[in-house]
Design a protein around this ligand. Sequence first.
Ligand SMILES: *Cc1c(COP(=O)(O)O)cnc(C)c1O
Length: 490
Amino acid sequence: MDYRSTRSEFRCNCLDAVLKGIAPDGGLFISDSDIGKGFDWKSVIGLNTLGMAEKILSHLLPDFKDMKDLVNKAYKGKFETEDLTPLVKVGDKYVLELFRGPTSAFKDVALSMLPQLILAAKKQTGDDKETVILTATSGDTGKAAMEGFHDVPGTRIIVFYPDGGVSPIQRAQMATQEGSNVKVCAVKGNFDDCQTAVKMAFSKINSMKELSQAKKALSSANSINIGRLAPQVVYYFKAYSDLVAMGRIKTGDKVDFTVPSGNFGDILAGYFAKLMGLPVRNLICASNENKVLTDFIRTGLYDKRRPFYRTSSPSMDILVSSNLERLLFLASGCKPETVSKWMADLSSQGFFQVDEKYMAVIRETFLSYSCTEKETIRTIGDVYKKDNYLCDPHTAVGMKVADDYKKDNKDDVPMIVLSTASPYKFPTPVSEAIGLAVQGSEFEQIKAINKKTGVPVPKNLSSLESKKAIHNDVIDRENILKYVLSVLGI
Ligand SMILES: *Cc1c(COP(=O)(O)O)cnc(C)c1O
C-alpha cells in the first residue's frame, strides 16, 4: 500500500511517510488505494491484542519487515494489563480503557509504537540522519512521546506545550522528563497558537539546507503522522472482539463507538477500522465546549472564528482539528484540489464550507454532540454514584454524549465509549465531581480521591511528586524557530 498526500499528487511508500510525518506540500499522508482491500477483518477477531496489532499494522504499513518484533518491543511489559486496552461494562455501556500505558493517557498506545516504526524505517531505508521529533502538545502527546523516544539512539525530541494550558499533573509529567535527547518548553498562548507556530517552524526548518548538512531530519509525533494513526486502529478491533468473546454480539453484528475528540485522530482510526470491514455503525464525535467539530458535522461549516475555552478536558481544547483533513479527502472522492481549497480557506479566512453532497458521505458514519463544563463534572459524579466507576473529564464528555445519542437512537446496538485518560491525571475536576473538598496540591488531591474511591493510582503518577522539575523554559511563540535551531546547534 502506497501513501499519498491529501493536497497534491505526491506519493511515497509507508516507510517514507512515517519518516516524513507530513507531505512536502503540507498535506497529510493517506493510503493511495482502498484501505480495506485485501484485508480479512474476521481473521483478527479472537486473536490476542499483540497478534491483532501485528496483522492490522502489517496491512496498513506493509513495507515494514518484521512487524511482530516491532509490536513486541513496543508493548510487551509496558502496560498495566497484558491486553493493553481492557473493555469494561459500565451501566448500559462499555468503556474501552485506553489509558493503561506508561503515562496513563491513550496516546501511549500509538506513541509506544511510533519510535519502533521510525527506527525500523531508518534501518530499512539506510537513513543515517538524526531524527528530530518536533511536537506541539495539548497535554498528553508530549509526555507519551518523550516516554517513547527518550534515550532512543539516533533520535531527539523537542516538545512545546501551551503555558498554563495543561493540568498541573500533565505539566509535572513533562517538566520532570529525563533523557539525554529530550527538551520541553512552554509557549505563551493556547494550544492552537502553539500548534500553528510549531507547524510553521517545522516547514521553515525542514527547507533549510543547514538541516541536512548537519545530518538531521525532522519528523512529527502528532497524530498527523500515519505511524501514529495506524496503531490506534487496533483497539477498535480489540473492543469488538471482546464483545464477541463476552457473548454480547455475534461476529458481523454492528456496534457504535463514542470518541472524545480534539485533533480527530482517535475517531478517524475508528473510520479506518470501518473501511477495513469492522461492522461499525456510527462513530459519535464528542466535543467539549470547544465544539467546532460538532458544529461542522451538523452544518458543514467549519468555523474556527469563535471564543476558545479552557476546560477541564484540556486535551480536547482544540479549534483546528488536523486529522479532519483526511476524512475530507476521502469524502471528497480523493480530490486533492478540493481539499487544498478548503485548507486555504481555513488559513486565510478562518472557515470553510463543505457541500451537502460531501457532508452526506460523512454523516453516513459520523454523528456529533457536545457537552458543557457543568455537564462534564456532573457526569463524573453521576457515573461514580450510579455505576461505581471513576472516569476522567475527557471520558466523561464521551459518556454524556453517548447518553444523548442513545436518547435519540433507542435500540440494542452496543455502545463503546473510548476512555482516553486516567482520572488521576485530572484530580481537581474529579475531586469536585465526587464531592471532595478541592484543597492542597494535585498530589494531595490524588491521595484524597484514592482514599475515598479505592481506585488504584497508576505508579507513574504516584512517583511523580518526588521527582525534580528539569525543564522550566517559557517562550513567546515567535521564538519557537530560534529555540529549535539553538537546541539543534544550527
Ligand atoms: C489527545 C486526547 C484526546 C483527543 O484525541 P484526538 O485524537 O486528538 O481527537 C482526548 N482525550 C485525551 C485524554 C487525549 O489525550
